[in-house]
Design a protein. Sequence first.
Length: 55
Amino acid sequence: MDIWNIIEYAAWGLSAIFGLYIIFDWIKVDSTYSDEELMSSREGELEAMTEDHTL
């Protein structure tokens, strides 16, 4: 095997590890927070309250 095959297998391995981590994190976040909390725009509401609109 040459170096490029080793690098290719390493890249596939890393992509599988990252994919599994994304799925694990998705399940962890989904079980920790409610849909209402994840879909809220609290930051946008706070920003809108502090804006000063003068014409």
